[in-house]
Ligand binder design. Structure first.
Ligand SMILES: Nc1nc2c(ncn2[C@@H]2O[C@H](COP(=O)(O)OP(=O)(O)OP(=O)(O)O)[C@@H](O)[C@H]2O)c(=O)[nH]1
Ligand SMILES: [Mg+2]
Length: 242
């Protein structure tokens, strides 16, 4: 097949999200696929599926299937089916809840047992979710980074609420899996436009090395349009009241 045809040939990746109840797996999948977030917690029963097409660098038409596994599935006899032929597994924990981090050890052990027969090992990443609540972090960074390094996994903090690093993390892992090199420009396309609710509990101390200062009291919403440094029109970060 010629390079041009190859560029448009559909590629599929199966991405499985696992981790404790309430860690934020569904919220990450929803944010990634629809750019929405809800505070309401509705536990996933069994498994949910999400689909998104994306372009990565010069590779068009990548079909990402997200398998959103319930936190209860650690003890389910369906888990082997859920992770079968996975290309990427995201092990999600909540940075404000230590037990959600501790239980990752059990998830890793179980997945390793079940992956024994697999021909291709999936790319695995530890995801520290809810990083918009940095002030309530109970799992030390060194601990989570060490755990990832000891197991040979990638590591990423993210927030399904603000969207920070959600798309970028998945794009980077997908690109790695497909052997695609992403330029800084490609990566910038996956950085979110972050919406902060002023006077609310969202804490975003540093975004792209720029400090965001919350002003209060103010009940209005502020959108922080986060212009990307490398785009032609991007010279600054602007804030606007809606
Ligand atoms: N502040 C904040 N809250 C979040 C974030 N992600 C998820 N939540 C909240 O955490 C709760 C649980 O999120 P879910 O995405 O349903 O958790 P889950 O991992 O899918 O849980 P199970 O389906 O039970 O396994 C919900 O109330 C979400 O609104 C985040 O990044 N920041
Ligand atoms: Mg869920």
């Amino acid at each position: 097949m010629s390079d041009t045809n190859n560029e448009f040939a559909e590629k599929r990746l199966k991405i499985v999200l696992v981790g404790d109840l309430g860690a934020g797996k569904t919220s990450i999948a929803v944010k990634f696929c629809t750019d929405e977030f809800t505070r309401q917690y509705t536990p996933t029963s069994g498994i949910d599926f999400f689909l998104k097409n994306m372009n990565l660098g010069c590779q068009k038409n990548i079909r990402l299937q997200l398998w959103d596994v319930s936190g209860l599935s650690l003890r389910s006899n369906m888990l082997d089916k859920y992770i079968f032929e996975a290309n990427i597994i995201l092990l999600v924990y909540d940075i404000t809840n230590s037990s959600s981090f501790d239980i990752l050890e059990d998830w890793v052990t179980k997945i390793r047992e079940l992956s024994d027969d697999l021909q291709i090992m999936p790319v695995m990443a530890i995801v520290g979710n809810k990083c918009d609540m940095e002030h309530q972090r109970t799992v030390k960074r060194e601990r989570s980074h060490r755990f990832a390094a000891e197991n040979g996994f990638h590591y990423q903090d993210m927030s399904a609420r603000t969207g920070e690093s959600v798309s970028l993390c998945i794009a980077n892992l997908a690109a790695k899996n497909l052997g695609i090199r992403l330029t800084k420009f490609d990566q910038d396309l996956h950085k979110p436009i972050i919406t902060a609710e002023i006077g609310d509990s969202v804490d975003m101390p540093i975004i792209d090395n720029r400090k965001i200062i919350k002003r209060r009291p103010n009940k209005k919403q502020m959108s922080i349009h986060h212009f990307r440094q490398n785009l032609p029109m991007s010279k600054s970060t602007t804030c606007s009241l809606q």
